[in-house]
Design a protein around this ligand. Sequence first.
Ligand code: PGA
Length: 252
Amino acid sequence: MKKVKKLIVGNWKMNPTSLAEAKKLAGDIKKGLRSVKKTTVVLCPPFVYLSSLNTIPNPTLFLGAQNTSSEISGSFTGEVSYVQLLDFKVSYVIVGHSERRAYGETDEFVNKKVRAVTGEGMTAVLCIGESRRDKEGNYLEFIKQQLHIGLQDINKKSLSYVVIAYEPIWAIGAKYAMTPSDIHETSIFVRKILRDMYGPIADDVLILYGGSVDNTNALEIVRDGFVSGLLIGRESLKAKNFLEIVKQIDGI
Ligand code: PGA
């Protein structure tokens, strides 16, 4: 697999409401990416659209899933297995998004998914992030724990199939993103934890930022926040804005 340097993941969440719109959005994005050279883009549509969008992948554009079961098969009503995703050319899977954790997913549960996804050679986009920043700095311990448990039993080899998406919950679906300097500080902290866990190889892990990214703040977030890319929700549903962001990042 080619080494990814900059990564932009579009999390469509439970949108759009029709297959026709999903195809149009993916098609418009694919067309607009022709001039993009250095940046890898991943689109994560709802499961039901994956089979219709699996013509999308090319050397810079990949399909991702927003979630997976940690089980291969069985009596798990409403779930989709990571093995089932393989048939649809899914190469990235978001795990532990805060909107899933809000339904009760624990760090241990998220860890099972990271192990499942990486074990199949797909990349797990492990989402972490605090719900609030307290003056005492307890949020740092919270982030540390999310990483320690989320990556339990992930060895150095599997680590090459892990991307960390730092998404402070209070900045998701909000009006403003976190400031680039705070993003930089937190990404240094995340990197340090990864280094303590894995040694120098941890420097190869991509750290993304997510939470209210748009075409007015994306460039400074990546450039001044020193992150390797972005996890984008709302703006990934607007082809023009999303492409603008990708091109800005590609130009860095
Ligand atoms: P947002 O969502 O860009 O709409 O804030 C980000 C996310 O939930 O991943």
